[in-house]
Design a protein around this ligand. Structure first.
Ligand code: ADP
Ligand code: MG
Ligand code: MG
Length: 630
């Protein structure tokens, strides 16, 4: 999860004092990078995925499954045996927020040849096997987006009581500090977010009202000092810690563009796909032992790191803070970056004016300057004493400090100083899928999308406020089949910033009437097309593939992936979220009261595990397994 520094972390009071210093030098570092590499062209396509895993332990006697808090030691061994022994090792391992989590990526990014699509699933399999080889017999590694009983009593191994008292990091009523990764970055972020906000984070997820769910659904919390009673909403599942969001797993993809302009174009285009692909990947219907009424984790993780004060949230007049800020620092993007995107920037953008002007005077264009000046309205959250005075020419930690704690749906990544790495964009909204087959399918689908966008110069831009509305829609229960999303009708009628930037913007302004450019569509229409409404992404991907030289085996793999996406979109196959809901609804112990008991959770996770290990088929999720490519 971004930048990891070693050293002595500062508390919030100390961090605050350095906020301006870090912003000032962060901008200098950004400018130094920009000036060195702004004209870089012809970097080749490289890309890579990130998969996050949870470590679980079966307790067959009591029929319970728990999260095991020992990924730190597993990580150390994986790195020892992997990257530290052999720089060409095929996998890379990184820590994640939970002390039961771990993140795996390919050892090297993939390149631009089609045949590499055929190696993604294999590499994911390698990662799963490599980490699994270090587990005990009663443990398993799972790619589950949200552990259904996260935060329920005794959900960890070893068991720890939460520490709701002042000395606690989260002060959570539910999530023990021991479940947070021991690297100081993670506890520092957690504590400083809470201190900056001046209260615990507040997460309220609407509960799924089943036949026997109490109505209104109201919980009481014996350990509460009053904060939970004030924060918890009726008919909602209340959560109070960063771990409820950052303790979930996701699936991300990063692409290298050939130039900064191409990166900006891709950033914008892919931003419009965030809600669509997130709904297609929906995999997290359960929270803190309850069935929720949403299918995706997005708003939960957003609230779980929301460090805004009451003033910034608009609940009190501004006195000690500078800005009213409408979103958490984990949220959707607030502005497009390419010149084509400019006319669709219809969200009020809060920026640091001083930084904005400084960037303009340094020769940065308006769109990029406002993007950076917007990221830099945030304070640093985790600062290490040893890392305050840096060499701005050759280091970028202060820039990365602010950049990597702006957890937006897309991330625009400048090259690190003095590296061969180019301008990159990261696609961040996807929920992680149960199997490597599915994860590879989603990743390859998104990468192919970038290829057709660039090859056919497609344009999917709509006003950014509509993308935000889509993001809300995407999280609703069964949005994949029932949701309606704003989407551009004609993907061929746009502008291409890489080729004809300035002129295109002017034309764009003249066309006006943007509401004619887009309309509400189902995901089925967007993915599979509908006569007279929209051509569909799968048909366009298919025609791209027909024109590409691809070996038979790779083509077969890709077509299988696209089939999964196509059938999830049409409803022929279920999303993980829908499938999990059905499993619970049909479980003999389920009392139609929205409660996921230990036994239900155990049976569900066991079934998931058997499917992953190929011991059981799951045609509802993947279709005919005979067609699956190993
Ligand atoms: P994060 O910013 O999320 O911490 P990383 O920079 O560690 O992410 O890497 C994320 C992904 O980017 C990995 O899958 C990795 O393989 C991939 N990657 C590494 N180098 C490049 C590159 N030059 N271009 C594109 N992707 C890359
Ligand atoms: Mg991660
Ligand atoms: Mg990432």
């Amino acid at each position: 999860m971004g930048l990891l520094s070693q050293g002595s972390p500062l508390n919030w009071e100390q961090t605050k004092k350095y906020a301006d210093h870090i912003r000032k030098h962060g901008i200098i570092q950004f400018l130094n990078i920009y000036n060195k590499v702004k004209d870089r062209q012809k970097d080749v396509l490289k890309w890579g995925d990130e998969v996050e895993y949870m470590l679980m332990e079966w307790d067959d006697k009591d029929e319970k499954v728990r999260l095991v808090l020992r990924t730190a030691e597993i990580l150390e061994t994986l790195q020892e045996q992997g990257e530290k022994t052999n720089p060409n090792h095929p996998t890379l391992w990184r820590p994640e927020y939970g002390s039961y989590m771990i993140e795996g990526t390919p050892g090297q990014p993939y390149g631009g040849t089609m045949s590499e699509f055929n190696t993604v699933e294999g590499n994911m399999g390698k990662r799963r096997r490599e980490a699994s080889s270090l587990l005990k017999d009663n443990e398993t590694l799972a790619t589950i987006t949200a552990f259904p009983r996260l935060g329920c009593p005794g959900f960890t191994r070893p068991e720890h009581a939460p520490t709701p008292v002042e000395r606690g990091v989260s002060k959570s009523l539910f999530f023990p500090d021991q479940a947070i990764n021991v690297h100081p970055r993670f506890s520092t972020l957690t504590r400083n977010i809470r201190h900056r906000r001046e209260e615990k984070v507040v997460i309220n997820v609407p509960i799924f009202k089943d036949k026997c769910t109490p109505s209104p659904f109201v919980e009481t919390f014996p350990e509460d000092d009053g904060e939970a009673a004030r924060a918890a909403l009726p008919d909602h599942i209340y959560m109070d810690a960063m771990g409820f969001g950052m303790g979930n797993c996701c699936l991300q993809v990063t692409f290298q563009a050939c130039s900064i302009d191409e990166a900006r174009y891709l950033y914008d285009q892919l931003a419009t796909f965030c809600p669509i692909v997130m709904a297609l990947s929906a995999a997290s219907p359960f929270y803190r032992g309850y069935v929720s009424n949403i299918d995706c984790r997005w708003d939960i993780i957003s609230a779980s790191v929301d460090d805004r004060t009451e003033e910034e949230r608009g609940l009190k007049p501004l006195k000690n803070n500078k800005y009213r800020i409408s979103k958490s620092r984990y949220d959707t993007i607030d502005s497009y970056l390419s010149c084509c995107g400019e006319k669709y920037n219809d969200i009020k953008l809060i920026i640091d004016e001083e930084i904005y002007n400084q960037l303009l005077s340094a020769g940065i264009d308006k769109l990029l300057a406002q993007h950076i000046a917007h990221l830099f309205i945030r304070d640093p959250l985790s600062v290490f004493e040893e890392k305050i005075n840096l060499d701005d020419e050759n280091e970028s930690d202060h820039f990365e400090n602010i950049q990597s704690t702006n957890w937006q749906s897309m991330r625009f990544k400048p090259p690190p100083p003095n590296s061969e790495i180019g301008w990159r964009v990261e696609f961040r909204p996807m929920e992680v899928q149960l199997t490597d087959f599915e994860n590879a399918a989603y990743v390859v689908f998104v990468v192919l999308l970038t290829r057709v966008i660039l090859s056919y110069k497609l344009d999917f831009l709509i006003p950014l406020s509509k993308v935000d509305e889509n993001m809300k829609e995407a999280q609703k229960r069964n949005a994949v089949n029932e949701g309606m999303f704003y989407f551009r009708k004609d993907m061929f009628k746009g502008c291409n910033p890489v080729l004809d930037g300035a002129a295109a913007t002017q034309n764009g302004l003249e066309t006006g009437g943007t509401n004619e450019e887009y309309t509400l569509m189902s995901i089925d229409t967007i993915i599979n097309g509908k006569e007279g409404v929209f051509q569909g992404l799968i048909p366009i991907l298919n025609s791209y593939l027909e024109n590409m030289e691809v070996d038979v085996d790779t083509r077969c793999t890709i077509l299988n992936y696209l089939k999964l996406i196509k059938k999830r979109a049409s409803g022929e196959l279920m999303t993980m979220a829908k499938w999990m809901r059905e499993f619970v609804a049909n479980h003999p112990q389920y009392k139609q009261d929205s409660v996921i008991t230990d036994k239900i959770n155990y049976d569900l996770m066991r079934k998931c595990d058997r499917i992953v290990k190929g011991e059981e088929q799951c045609p509802e999720l993947f279709g005919n397994p005979l067609n699956r490519v190993k």
